[in-house]
Design a protein around this ligand. Structure first.
Ligand code: PA5
Length: 476
């Protein structure tokens, strides 16, 4: 458990350095000036007002999660304790927003090889998140888990997602074959209390159930039971995570854009989009944050990629999110970021203090090109390389900014997740779109139902049957 007090919270506050978004640093052709801020004063003020006015309402129920979950947290902690006693594996069945948050928090806040550690060191069940319906992945999971020691958590807000329900059917069938009436002891359901099929199934089967609040969409659900239960099971301090979110929420309530990192970065990305920067690269310099970039990609892509604005006009807006990893992708992507088209904003995530320090050993004394590394730490190396990449991007006039985490812990991760959620809400308001729907995702879901012959989707099936057939001349 983290010992949290106000002084420590302040020390752990995230910082945004946006120097390299400004003309003074990247040049007047690419960069922004104070004039851009003053010219867009009304746009910024309106976006701020809209987000504040909608807090806790409609699909913005997620703004209340840091405040309204005391009882739920107690239930989660109690359930997690029981799970730890009885089981060695905790498997999340779910996809998209039901999977990416749990993966991101696990990677960020547990040992990087948690599942490979011996039980005595792990002190918590292994975590698996089945974010797909790849048959090989399902078979591989079943090859490594012992059902007797495994509990599953089926997570779907709509209670109807084909991928998740397919996973559920496979697993529940296995459990029933093996345990009969006791199958329910190996399955938890996390879903909407009021809508969908899973809640009905959970009641019929007598499953332990956690609820996803109505106003919390999949990609905004990491800080509700969707993310909190798996996190608690693997030993993450979920109270500290929520405390971090609350701390960031207070910061994001500030009207002054220069004091509100979410409003600020939303505006900078908005300006970039207006200037044809249609790609947003998220590049953490930490393996622990690798899947935060994945989670961000869904949040940013699904929320802002919209065909119409709030008045129904066609706008086709959005920014393609791209995940990268520092320093790994310096040897893969940075060539493109530095010399390719001027169509990107690159967000670097820095970590001031890593949880481990590794010295680079002495050696190869007669080869100066190698021996210069000796005596330094890997910590120095990774941070130096980040600064070097920042410099290289900036001198090539590439828009970039850096978010710094003093360290990676439950409190700073709570801040980071919440800041990205608020940033997304502000950016959506600036773009005048519905940030919280996903008609494009529904399109794919509905087409799958139709192809599988689901009742009620006959018309979609008919339309698909009538679509032009593929022409063999375009196969190679
Ligand atoms: O953000 C969203 O709403 C989606 O990406 C969903 O998370 C995803 O489609 C899974 O939906 P559900 O939770 O209903 O199974």
């Amino acid at each position: 458990m983290l010992k949290i007090n106000n002084e420590w919270r302040k020390k752990m506050q995230l910082k945004v350095d946006y120097n390299n978004m400004m003309a003074d640093f990247v040049g007047i052709e690419q960069g922004f000036t104070d004039k851009d801020f003053s010219k867009n004063k009304t746009l910024i003020a309106n976006a701020y007002k809209e987000v504040c006015a909608n807090r806790g309402l409609g699909m913005m129920g997620w703004t209340e999660l840091p405040y309204n979950q005391n009882e739920i947290v107690l239930d989660i902690l109690k359930t997690a304790k029981d799970i730890k006693k009885k089981f060695d594996n905790f498997v999340v069945l779910g996809i998209g927003g039901s999977a990416l948050g749990p993966i991101a928090a696990f990677q960020a806040l547990c040992h990087l090889r948690h599942n490979e550690l011996p039980k005595s060191k792990r002190k918590a069940p292994k975590l698996y998140v089945e974010d797909n319906v790849d048959p090989e992945r399902m078979k591989a999971l079943l090859d490594v888990i012992d059902l007797d020691k495994t509990i599953f958590n089926v997570v779907t807000k709509s209670g109807a997602t084909s991928e998740t329900m397919a996973q559920y059917l496979i697993i529940m069938n296995l459990l029933k074959e093996k345990y009969g009436d006791k199958a329910k002891e190996h399955m938890i359901a996390t879903t909407s209390e009021s809508k969908g099929n899973l809640i009905k199934i959970a009641k019929q089967e007598g499953l332990k159930t956690f609820y996803i609040p109505d106003g919390v969409g999949g990609r905004f659900s990491e800080l509700c039971p969707v993310g909190l239960l798996p996190a608690a099971v693997v030993g993450i301090d979920i109270k500290a995570m929520l405390d971090g979110a609350k701390y960031m929420d207070k910061i994001c309530k500030q009207k002054d854009i220069k004091k509100n990192p979410a409003l600020l970065t939303a505006f900078l990305e908005y300006l970039a989009m207006q200037n044809g920067k249609n790609i947003s690269v998220m590049m953490p310099y930490a393996d622990s944050l690798k899947y935060i970039a994945d989670w961000y990609c869904q949040l940013w892509g699904e929320s802002l990629g919209k065909a119409v604005d709030n008045q129904g006009n066609e706008v086709f807006v959005g920014q393609t999110p791209v995940k990268a990893l520092g320093v790994t992708d310096q040897h893969s992507q940075v060539q493109l970021y530095r010399e390719g088209p001027f169509d990107k904003v690159i967000t670097l995530i820095a970590v001031e203090n890593y949880r481990n320090t590794v010295m680079i050993s002495e050696g190869c004394k007669d080869i100066p090109d190698v021996s210069f590394l000796s005596g330094h730490t890997m910590n120095e190396l990774i941070n130096t390389e980040r600064k070097a990449t920042e410099y290289a991007l900036t001198t090539a006039h590439r828009l970039n900014y850096t978010i710094t985490l003093p360290e990676v812990n439950a409190f700073t991760i709570g801040q980071l997740l919440y800041m990205f959620e608020m940033e997304t809400a502000f950016a959506g308001a600036m773009l005048n779109i519905n940030t919280f729907n996903q008609p494009g995702v529904e399109g794919g879901k509905n087409a799958t139902y139709a192809l599988f012959g689901k009742k009620g989707y006959e018309q979609t099936k008919q339309e698909m049957d009538n679509a032009p057939k593929k022409d063999p001349k375009y196969f190679c």
